[in-house]
Ligand binder design. Structure first.
Ligand code: SF4
Length: 109
Protein backbone atom coordinates (compact mmCIF):
# COMPACT_ATOMS: atom_id res chain seq x y z
CA UNK A 1 0.00 0.00 0.00
CA UNK A 2 1.33 3.44 -0.91
CA UNK A 3 2.04 6.04 1.75
CA UNK A 4 -0.62 8.34 0.32
CA UNK A 5 -3.30 5.70 0.78
CA UNK A 6 -2.19 4.92 4.34
CA UNK A 7 -2.45 8.61 5.16
CA UNK A 8 -5.84 9.01 3.47
CA UNK A 9 -7.22 6.00 5.34
CA UNK A 10 -5.96 7.41 8.61
CA UNK A 11 -7.62 10.76 7.89
CA UNK A 12 -10.98 9.16 7.04
CA UNK A 13 -11.01 7.25 10.34
CA UNK A 14 -9.41 9.91 12.53
CA UNK A 15 -11.11 13.11 11.31
CA UNK A 16 -9.46 16.54 11.10
CA UNK A 17 -5.70 16.24 11.60
CA UNK A 18 -2.44 16.93 9.80
CA UNK A 19 -2.88 13.78 7.69
CA UNK A 20 -5.85 15.40 5.94
CA UNK A 21 -4.67 18.99 5.98
CA UNK A 22 -3.85 20.84 2.76
CA UNK A 23 -0.81 22.40 4.45
CA UNK A 24 0.79 19.05 5.26
CA UNK A 25 3.47 17.35 3.18
CA UNK A 26 4.19 13.81 4.39
CA UNK A 27 7.73 12.58 4.88
CA UNK A 28 6.39 9.09 5.57
CA UNK A 29 3.10 7.56 6.76
CA UNK A 30 3.53 8.88 10.33
CA UNK A 31 5.04 12.36 10.09
CA UNK A 32 5.37 15.25 7.71
CA UNK A 33 6.00 18.94 7.47
CA UNK A 34 3.43 21.67 8.01
CA UNK A 35 3.86 24.34 5.37
CA UNK A 36 1.39 26.72 6.93
CA UNK A 37 4.14 28.75 8.56
CA UNK A 38 7.63 29.90 7.57
CA UNK A 39 10.70 27.69 7.94
CA UNK A 40 12.28 27.37 11.37
CA UNK A 41 15.69 26.30 12.66
CA UNK A 42 16.71 22.65 12.55
CA UNK A 43 16.31 22.32 16.30
CA UNK A 44 12.80 23.81 16.36
CA UNK A 45 11.78 21.79 13.36
CA UNK A 46 11.61 18.46 15.19
CA UNK A 47 10.38 19.52 18.60
CA UNK A 48 6.74 18.59 17.91
CA UNK A 49 7.89 15.06 17.17
CA UNK A 50 9.49 14.95 20.61
CA UNK A 51 12.99 15.06 19.14
CA UNK A 52 15.29 17.60 20.74
CA UNK A 53 19.06 18.01 20.69
CA UNK A 54 19.25 15.25 18.14
CA UNK A 55 22.20 14.78 15.83
CA UNK A 56 19.75 14.60 12.92
CA UNK A 57 19.59 18.38 12.83
CA UNK A 58 23.16 18.45 11.55
CA UNK A 59 22.12 16.45 8.52
CA UNK A 60 18.70 17.93 7.88
CA UNK A 61 18.91 21.65 8.53
CA UNK A 62 16.24 24.31 8.79
CA UNK A 63 12.82 23.87 7.23
CA UNK A 64 9.13 23.61 7.97
CA UNK A 65 7.90 22.28 11.29
CA UNK A 66 7.46 18.52 11.38
CA UNK A 67 4.26 17.15 12.93
CA UNK A 68 2.77 13.75 13.57
CA UNK A 69 -0.15 12.79 11.38
CA UNK A 70 -2.67 12.86 14.23
CA UNK A 71 -1.86 16.41 15.29
CA UNK A 72 -4.56 19.03 14.74
CA UNK A 73 -4.44 22.80 15.04
CA UNK A 74 -6.77 25.69 14.35
CA UNK A 75 -5.25 26.27 10.90
CA UNK A 76 -6.48 22.93 9.60
CA UNK A 77 -7.75 23.17 6.03
CA UNK A 78 -9.21 20.58 3.69
CA UNK A 79 -10.35 22.19 0.46
CA UNK A 80 -9.27 19.29 -1.69
CA UNK A 81 -12.05 18.08 -3.99
CA UNK A 82 -12.17 14.42 -3.00
CA UNK A 83 -14.76 13.87 -5.72
CA UNK A 84 -11.99 14.13 -8.32
CA UNK A 85 -10.49 10.85 -7.11
CA UNK A 86 -11.61 7.56 -8.67
CA UNK A 87 -14.64 5.98 -6.91
CA UNK A 88 -12.77 2.71 -6.40
CA UNK A 89 -10.02 4.54 -4.51
CA UNK A 90 -12.56 6.42 -2.37
CA UNK A 91 -14.30 3.15 -1.50
CA UNK A 92 -10.98 1.58 -0.60
CA UNK A 93 -10.09 4.35 1.86
CA UNK A 94 -13.62 4.34 3.31
CA UNK A 95 -14.75 7.63 1.82
CA UNK A 96 -17.19 6.45 -0.85
CA UNK A 97 -19.95 8.88 0.15
CA UNK A 98 -17.75 11.87 -0.67
CA UNK A 99 -17.23 10.71 -4.26
CA UNK A 100 -20.68 11.93 -5.27
CA UNK A 101 -20.53 15.18 -3.37
CA UNK A 102 -19.71 17.59 -6.17
CA UNK A 103 -21.41 18.29 -9.43
CA UNK A 104 -20.37 16.08 -12.27
CA UNK A 105 -18.26 13.51 -10.37
CA UNK A 106 -19.23 9.91 -10.17
CA UNK A 107 -19.46 8.03 -13.41
CA UNK A 108 -16.75 6.77 -15.65
CA UNK A 109 -13.78 7.75 -13.50
S1 SF4 B 1 -3.47 20.80 11.06
FE1 SF4 B 1 -2.25 22.60 11.64
S2 SF4 B 1 -0.21 21.80 12.17
FE2 SF4 B 1 -1.29 20.22 10.98
S3 SF4 B 1 -0.64 20.54 8.86
FE3 SF4 B 1 -2.58 21.65 9.18
S4 SF4 B 1 -1.98 23.74 9.70
FE4 SF4 B 1 -0.19 22.42 10.01
Amino acid sequence: MKIEEIIDRFYVVHGPCCAGCDWWSPANSLAGECRRGPPVSAEQRFQMLGITGHSMRRNVGAGHVMTKRDHHCGEFKDEFDWGTLPPHYLRRIGRAAASTGRGEGGEGA
